[in-house]
Design a binder for this molecule. Sequence first.
Ligand code: IVH
Length: 674
Amino acid sequence: MNNPPAENKKEIEKLVKDLNEHSYRYYVLDAPVIPDTEYDKLFRHLQELEEQYRYILPESPTQRIGAPPLEKFEKVKHNEPMLSLGNAFSHDEVREFDKRVKKGLKTDREIEYSVEPKYDGLAMELTYRKGMLIRASTRGDGFEGEDVTRNIRTIKAVPLKIEGVHPVPEEIDIRGEVFIDIDEFEKLNKEREKNGEALFANPRNAAAGSIRQLDPAVTEKRRLHMACYGLGAAKGIEFRDQAGFMEWLKKAHFPVPLIFTVVKGIDKVIDSIKAIEEKRLHLPFETDGAVIKVNDFVLQRTLGIKTREPRWAIAFKYAAHQGITVIEDIMASVGRTGAITPVALMRPVQIGGVTVSRSTLHNWDEIERKDIRIGDTVVVERAGDVIPHVVEVKTEKRSGTEKRFPPLKQCPVCGSNIVREEGEVAFRCIGLNCEAQVLEKIKHYASRGAMDIEGLGEKNVELLYSQGLIRHFVDLYRLRKEQLLELPRFAEKSAQNLIDAIEKSKTTTLARFLFALGILHVGEFAAKQLAKNFEKLDDLYRVEADRVMEIKQVGEKLAASISGFFSEKENLRTLEELKKLGLKLTNPDHIAEGEQKKRQFDGMTFVITGTLSRPREEIEEMIDMNGGRVTGSVSKKTSYVLAGSDAGSKLEKAQELGVKVLNEEQFMMIVEGA
Ligand code: IVH
């Protein structure tokens, strides 16, 4: 940095301060005092002076933009872990939370709580040293995230320098949510549609996708916002409670939640939750709930954390958003296992700020159960993360012209026959070379939870496939850089990155690899369980279904599928080939014989009913892998009924017979205790 004459220095410093103040008024307070044109003029003037005198302050607004693209994000360890939150789905569950808090604090007195909207975005940690923003990192796995500082600097509401408070703490970690307003989200999607780019499913994905951009110039265009609500590690400052911390944040020019109240006693908490719910559809951002926190920081520390969730906070989730629309058509999509999923194409409808135009109908049993027809007026629901689904048909709106959609006989992609195996819900295409299946299998193989090949998303798989470079995932390991360079989307660096990522994927865990293979019924969970039980891949070769079941008490369907897969010559050839190409598997999950725990559901039977947030297959897999069995109807012998939303007669029957009923959360708690 040069040393310009004192008066120019002063002018630059004043301009930076003024511009930051205007930006704060505009982006945080939403109350600008000068017109945009005036701001732009001052900004350009500052740019000129900075250039002329080569005197640039790190908090200068000109320093938000122009950072060059990165090759990858560096990993950052959080000073204190970033936790997640437990959920409450009813007011009763909020009251139970209050009881747990009181019990934990050994008191009958009413507790003071803060209530804030739950922002639906991406959790972020901002680290300030001596008042300057030095790092922004994503939550990651809670312990370690990614350094996205350059991208966060482009968010105008995020202060580059702490203002307005004295003294400035030596170092402080401030947490919050990066999100995008609903109207910005819609604008963004419209533009993407015009450019033929894939649309973001919801504002949250748009925010997350925008942060994970290697080029900050892209992030800058997305107009992200942030709300700060949490304290991480801090040196040189102490806060008594959440309310005091929020006050400080506001003074220090940070954007805070639009609604924030502190109340005493759980009744008032519930009033506040209701008040947010009333406002939520008019808020500029998406919120699916409210966060309730014990206000006093000493009490928070006394309560502590339970695994990865604090005992002093909970998220209350509002009931799902619903909308009414018309099913214009139904189409069938083919998955990687050949399963045919009917998908409703609907007249676009706004649900909680998101345009919904497609909804999975899951399977034909579901179509029949709900009697869904083309032309029907339906109620569609969208709950948080969950893909939209049809809740019910408004049969009174029928005109008589509605058409049924019977199961297909031929695959819409390859024309092969479609069959339904005994006891299965899904219809499947039996075409071995069905393009849809092959493509989906490769996409699955490369995906995050599987081999995690960075840069090999759906688009690139489709491109490589359409160019005839891959017909199977094994072909990935034969790709050469020169071949990639001939394709439109690749340049020197991106081609090398992809080749490197593919190479890297050769060393992975047995669990990931088993999942990546896409064996029928073997999801992430089952793959992990298999890896616990079988030390090496070879131990699974030619294993008899009975033997898998006998030793490991694995469910019949899964065992048959595994032994079927490993007895197929073609599959074994593929595995050998992968080994030759350099596949190396480790197995950190394996548990030695004799150390295996008894499984939770040994000898138990389950009935599943209603709508759950996870695909039913995944739930069945969890029961199966824990030694339980799923049956279709409730009897006295049923151990548990797992009931989702809009559960009907089966739930009633369970209550009649006194069979224990679990909701999804309770069920997951048992499974995760595994
Ligand atoms: S407090 C330990 N407050 O929700 C406390 N979180 O489901 C954790 N979130 O990871 C955070 N709005 O990303 C808190 N007002 C708010 C929030 C909020 C959204 C997110 C946050 C967290 C997730 C947990």
